[in-house]
Ligand binder design. Structure first.
Ligand code: ADP
Ligand code: MG
Length: 611
């Protein structure tokens, strides 16, 4: 019989390899971003169209490629990153297999533009299905741009099995998060369908986390830092009260590569043990560093599992480090209405003993920092607490309002460390600062209350108690309000009707596209009713309530947000005191319904120390 074995043509071999390397658009994103990082780029742009099905482009300012290398980079097993097998054990690049570009070029239309710094002109190569279509000399900035179009155009079966744009985009975002978190020292820009979605400046890890996941993350991160002979662990965990039922923000990096490790996840979850209700997942961003020879970097291109030779010891160290940090930062669980509703008892259903809030003054922490951008616009804690060398400059930042703080009497005989509930506010010494804070003396020193957040807290608790126990009183309207809504909004309103009535709404009629209201909760601004209901419906749609209690909670949150007095509103003395007093009658006075601090206090001994 004739010989039947033959070598596969390159383009077929490449297509087969592509099956391993490129599973979906997100795989291309990962490979291209990693190449840009390996090329020492400090600025990387990612352009996505149609969830990567139409276009994935990465533009970097890295070292670029020579003309020959540019051509060669698409060959299989062509890599500049390792020369011998021994190099595998001291890898400090992301790639090393030399397969990504060859694989991608086998299944897409690729345009590469690249130029090295010392070159006058660069190279452009177009390649489709492993065939070079053109190679030209072009003028292009230093660095590399690779555009991948029409992924899987020649493998219809694969293209057909791509998921919806939402799902594919989520995979892309996962890769984007993993890579950008591991490289805060590189700036990244992401354009999705021509819209700039992220513009991540060079930052430290914390700033990068906040840039990716939102300002509110800033306040919930607890730093982790542990160095041992076996492993160094750095990064952040989120305070337990911000744990989510959704899994998601759980990131392990080993030697700066994203890894998945159910085993190490268990160590973290275990450290949170008693602090989290069942079914909740801690959020963490943890970077483990070990000697490269102690870790088995998987040779498989897409696998993220790794093996540590000291796995058990690392488990123990990780667990105790996290426990320690949770203890050190005095992180205790707070009542959180985002939690599983079945675990919480609604207000008024049970006489919950009210705890006096304990006041911790974290000297390095300024909860309002984010909102005070320029020193001239507000005070920063620095001006109040830290001694400054140029004391004259202190006054440059202070306007009249702030100046008044200096005049507030402090009673030096006051015993220290009293809690806020023992405050002495009867003498009515409050003033408003920058139409944003209410300042008052208390026995132990001075308190700054964020007027909007405090009012949100007050309204929130009062709505909640109306919703769960009492019959709310409503103000009757002389003429019924006739408000128009879409059909789907009306359906939502109908579902909410009993709850809206519980807080004081009275409906005359709910028609197919309009509602007629004859009574509103007391103090509800009639002219804003439409807007507030729209906001409520919108908020409820954003975050679908899981149970009737969490629905009530969300309603209370949404209404409190809509109705609270805002930053920028002048308050007279009576209004200031009202907020102050009502805030400290709340069950959870120290944070807004959205988890932000409502006040800070500065102890008299801290003030004394500054003199
Ligand atoms: P690997 O990254 O495993 O080496 P790739 O197929 O991803 O393999 O890339 C092949 C080679 O092309 C790399 O080794 C590198 O020399 C070069 N290369 C790829 N992307 C870039 C880039 N953005 N900038 C500079 N060189 C690049
Ligand atoms: Mg690579």
């Amino acid at each position: 019989m004739a010989d039947i074995i033959q070598l596969l043509p390159d383009h077929v071999a490449n297509q087969i390899a592509a099956g391993e390397v490129v599973q979906r658009p997100a795989s291309v994103v990962k490979e291209l971003l990693e190449n840009a990082i390996d090329a020492k780029a400090t600025n990387i742009k990612l352009l996505i169209k149609d969830a990567g099905k139409l276009l994935i482009q990465v533009i970097d300012n890295g070292i670029g490629m020579s003309q020959t290398d540019a051509r060669f980079s698409f060959e299989r097993h062509a890599t500049s990153k390792i020369k011998t097998a021994a190099d595998l054990f001291k890898l400090n690049t992301k790639g090393f297999r030399g397969e990504a570009l060859a694989s991608i070029a086998a299944i897409a239309h690729v345009t590469l533009k690249t130029k090295q710094e010392n070159q006058e002109v660069g190279t452009e190569i177009k390649i489709e299905g492993s065939t070079i279509v053109s190679q030209t000399v072009i003028s292009t900035p230093t660095g590399t741009s690779i555009a991948v179009k029409n992924l899987f155009y020649n493998i219809p079966a694969r293209r057909k099995f791509l998921k919806s744009n939402t799902v594919e985009m989520r995979h892309i975002m996962d890769e984007f998060h993993r890579i950008t978190l591991a490289h805060p020292n590189i700036s990244f820009v992401l354009f999705n369908n021509n819209k700039e979605e992220f513009n991540l400046k060079i930052a430290n890890l914390k700033q990068r986390i906040v840039a990716l996941f939102g300002k509110k993350t800033n306040e919930i991160l607890v730093p982790i830092n542990e160095q041992t002979d076996v492993v160094t662990i750095e990064g952040f965990i989120a305070k337990p009260e911000f744990a989510k039922k959704k899994r998601g923000k759980q990131f392990f990096f080993a030697n700066n590569r994203f890894i998945k490790s159910p085993y190490l996840h268990h160590a973290v979850a275990n450290a949170f043990e008693t602090l989290l209700p069942a079914g909740f997942h801690p959020t963490y961003f943890l970077f483990l560093s070990v000697t490269p020879s102690e870790i088995d970097i998987n040779i498989h291109p897409t696998k993220t599992e790794v093996k540590f030779s000291n796995e058990k010891i690392i488990y123990q160290i990780l667990r105790s480090t996290i426990k320690h940090s949770l203890g050190q930062y005095n992180v205790a669980p707070l009542l959180d209405f985002n939690r599983d509703a079945s675990l919480d008892i609604p207000y008024g259903f049970k006489n919950k003993p009210s705890n006096s809030p304990t006041i911790e003054v974290d000297r390095s922490y300024n909860p309002f920092k984010d909102e005070i951008a320029t020193p001239s616009k507000g005070f920063s804690k620095q001006h109040l607490v830290k001694p400054t060398q140029n004391w004259e400059t202190l006054y440059n930042h202070l306007d009249k309002d702030v100046q008044k703080i200096q005049d507030i009497e402090v009673n030096l005989d006051t015993p220290l460390n009293t809690t806020l509930l023992e405050e002495d506010t009867a003498n009515g010494k409050t003033l408003q600062l920058h139409q944003k804070y209410i300042v008052s003396t208390i026995k132990s020193g001075i308190v700054y209350i964020h007027q909007q957040r405090a009012h949100e807290r007050i309204l929130y608790e009062s709505f909640l108690s109306n919703l769960t126990i009492s019959e709310a009183t409503s103000q009757q309207l002389l003429f019924p309000l006739n408000l128009h809504f879409s059909k789907s909004e009306i359906i939502q309103i109908k579902q909410l009707q009993p709850d809206l009535e519980a807080i004081g709404f009275e409906f005359e009629k709910i028609a197919t596209e309009a509602i007629f209201i004859k009574g509103l909760p007391v103090g509800f601004p009639t002219e804003k009713t439409q807007q507030i209901i729209e906001e409520l419906l919108f908020n409820l749609q954003q975050d679908l309530p899981e149970s009737s209690f969490s629905l009530l909670d969300m309603m209370a949150k949404s209404l409190s947000k809509s109705l609270a007095i805002k930053v920028g509103k002048s308050l007279n003395n009576k209004e200031q005191e009202d907020i102050l007093n009502k805030l400290f009658l709340c069950k959870e006075p120290n944070q807004s319904p959205f988890g932000k601090p409502t006040f800070i206090s500065i102890n008299i001994d801290e003030i004394n120390k500054k003199f």
